[in-house]
Design a protein around this ligand. Structure first.
Ligand SMILES: Cc1cc2nc3c(=O)[nH]c(=O)nc-3n(C[C@H](O)[C@H](O)[C@H](O)COP(=O)(O)OP(=O)(O)OC[C@H]3O[C@@H](n4cnc5c(N)ncnc54)[C@H](O)[C@@H]3O)c2cc1C
Length: 375
């Protein structure tokens, strides 16, 4: 692991693989959730992402089922959701969090503590307020880094399933959950990154795509299909961000990517695409308040924002400099994507700090890792 630590994803694929296409694939799967291909220092994430890419999961009936199940469980255990309200501030008295003031709504008094699952800037600078914080802490929070890219998503209603050319030689291709297309070499992926860094969007963009109904037919009418193209794209588009929210522009870009898909699966033409919906990094930032600049994990995976520094040395154990205020979002360990780990560890911290009995068991894989002496 120490050996990997200093390596950038690009160095890793160059050291480990010979074939250009394999290099391109592995580099893509290492970087699609936020590693920078040429930055060293967070190489310990490499095994995590290889594991993730080889253990993808799809929620039967769609991802919304997971949030609906969590909501139901929360309410069954006495939880209440105040979704129409925003949050005005976190109440602080004598350095302790006392509750949450809803905008235009009641003050919710905290019996045990407040858990914030949003980013450190909003939590501390907007909701806690600088006057309750140490100057150095405020400075470091102001320096929190977002990202320069987000996801361009093209959601497809298809009248038939894609028929990939390569499935003629290898029928397993038709069963793949994720297809990575548009890169013939690691350099093609790096070139896509350079395009993003320059704030452009052009033909260099490759992407991943998934056709959920091949694995879960319940998500569309009989014999019809869904698809999603997911493409890394700049948040700021050549100084002309306005374009990213204009439907005509988004649709034109979407068709360029669908045409690229058709090079690999020629039946995906205008005749087969019944409808589509396009969402850009700008749309993500507009929809999710904590996904600032379209960051899908509440802030960059930069070496200075990882491990015991995510989001900073005071909050990486899910506690914070404010007593009774806990942190439980993707800006904390283990980071973004739907791992549910940050919330789990925040709940652990609340119980441990307050001497409460946990009503859940440690997962078996954590027990196994503990027995093997990994921590
Ligand atoms: C298009 C897209 C595709 C993705 N695909 C995948 C995928 O396939 N697999 C995967 O694992 N991950 C995926 N991700 C990443 C994943 O969704 C996120 O990393 C994850 O949701 C982060 O979880 P979280 O609980 O920290 O934050 P969130 O899920 O963002 O939850 C934070 C909540 O807080 C609310 N909020 C924010 N600010 C405030 C405020 N000031 N006041 C009140 N409420 C507020 C937000 O509305 C949101 O409901 C994707 C993300 C995007 C955008």
């Amino acid at each position: 692991m120490n050996e990997l630590q200093a390596k950038s994803p690009k160095q890793f694929v160059d050291d480990m693989f010979e074939n250009d296409k394999v290099k391109a694939l592995i580099l893509y799967i290492l970087c699609m959730w936020g590693m920078d291909p040429v930055q060293g220092g967070v190489g310990y994430l490499i095994p995590l992402y290889i594991n993730r890419a080889s253990n993808y999961r799809l929620v039967i009936h769609g991802s919304h089922v997971l949030t609906a199940a969590l909501t139901r469980d929360f309410m069954q255990h006495g939880g209440k959701i105040y979704s129409p309200y925003g949050i005005e501030r976190i109440g602080i008295e004598d350095g302790r969090a006392t509750g949450v003031q809803l905008s235009g709504g009641p003050f919710l008094e905290a019996k045990v503590g407040v858990i914030s699952t949003i980013d450190p800037r909003q939590t501390f600078l907007n909701l806690v307020g600088e006057k309750h914080l140490d100057e150095d802490f405020v400075e470091s929070t102001k320096g929190w880094l977002w990202e320069h890219w987000g996801l361009l998503g093209i959601h497809l209603c298809l009248l038939e399933a894609p028929q990939f050319n390569s499935a003629k030689n290898n029928p397993d291709v038709a069963k793949a959950l994720i297809h990575v297309l548009g890169y013939e070499s690691a350099d093609d992926f790096i070139s896509h990154q350079e395009m993003i860094a320059a704030g452009n969007f052009d033909d260099r963009a490759g992407f991943n795509c998934c056709f959920p109904t091949i694995h879960d037919p319940s998500q569309a009418p009989v014999n019809k299909h869904t698809g999603i193209i997911s493409c890394m794209a700049p948040f700021n588009l050549n100084g002309n961000d306005g374009q990213w929210v204009k439907y005509k522009f988004k649709e034109e870009i979407a068709w360029k990517l669908i045409d690229k898909l058709a090079k690999y699966a020629p039946n995906i033409t205008e005749k087969v695409v019944r409808d589509l919906y396009v969402s850009t990094p700008k749309d993500i930032a507009n929809k999710f308040l904590d996904m600032v600049m379209g960051s899908i994990k509440q802030g960059q995976y930069h070496p200075l924002q990882m491990g015991y520094l995510r989001p900073n040395e005071y909050c990486s154990t899910h506690r914070s400099p404010i007593k009774n205020l806990y942190m439980g979002g993707a800006c904390t360990y283990p980071g973004g994507t739907v791992l549910l780990g940050s919330g789990y560890l925040a709940a652990d911290a609340v119980c441990e700090e307050n001497g409460l009995k946990k009503w859940w068991q440690e997962p078996d894989y954590v027990k196994a890792a503990r027995q093997k002496g990994y921590f």
